[in-house]
Ligand binder design. Structure first.
Ligand code: FES
Ligand code: FES
Length: 155
């Protein structure tokens, strides 16, 4: 069985898999206890499974585990925790930007990557930046407000 090594939230991680095409999402959830990324569509359509790979928003449901080898993978747990949330996590809490919460991992991870590229966005830019992440609960208005708050701009 092949072993794949990568950095997970700043620490070395090694996983074994019979299948180099096994989705990174399965490895993260089933072998590494990372339950932030969610299985939504499994087809790169919804964004629920988003993680950062070398800082880039990446859909882990369609990313083979072999592609993670040697990379820096960051999950929601790697941003912050309940006691010390990351600025984006804190903004989502402050704006109560979730209903069921299923999309929230993807929204936060996509927002992290987006804000790294666009630190002072307009509302329109935020909408475009997160357009590929779906929320079935219709929480978009609060999510946009949360991302603007994280950027230091109240709306
Ligand atoms: S579960 Fe990966 S994009 Fe939907
Ligand atoms: S809060 Fe339910 S899918 Fe977005």
């Amino acid at each position: 069985m092949a072993a794949y090594r990568f950095q997970l939230n700043g620490k070395g991680a090694t996983v074994e898999s019979w299948d180099p095409a096994q989705p990174l999402l399965y490895v993260l959830r089933n072998q590494l206890g990372q339950h932030g990324p969610k299985f939504g569509c499994g087809l790169s359509q919804c964004g629920a499974c988003t993680v950062l790979m070398d800082g880039k928003a990446t859909r882990s449901c369609v990313t083979p585990v072999r592609q993670a080898a040697g990379k820096r993978v960051t999950t929601l747990d790697g941003l912050g925790n309940t006691d010390k949330p990351d600025v984006v996590q804190a903004a989502f809490i402050a704006e109560q930007a979730a209903q069921c919460g299923y999309c929230t991992n993807g929204m936060i991870m996509a927002a992290k990557a987006f804000l790294a590229q666009t630190p002072k966005p307009t509302v329109e830019q935020v909408k475009q930046g997160l357009a590929g992440n779906l929320c079935r609960c219709g929480t978009h208005t609060r999510i946009v407000r949360a991302v603007m708050r994280a950027a230091g701009t109240a709306v």
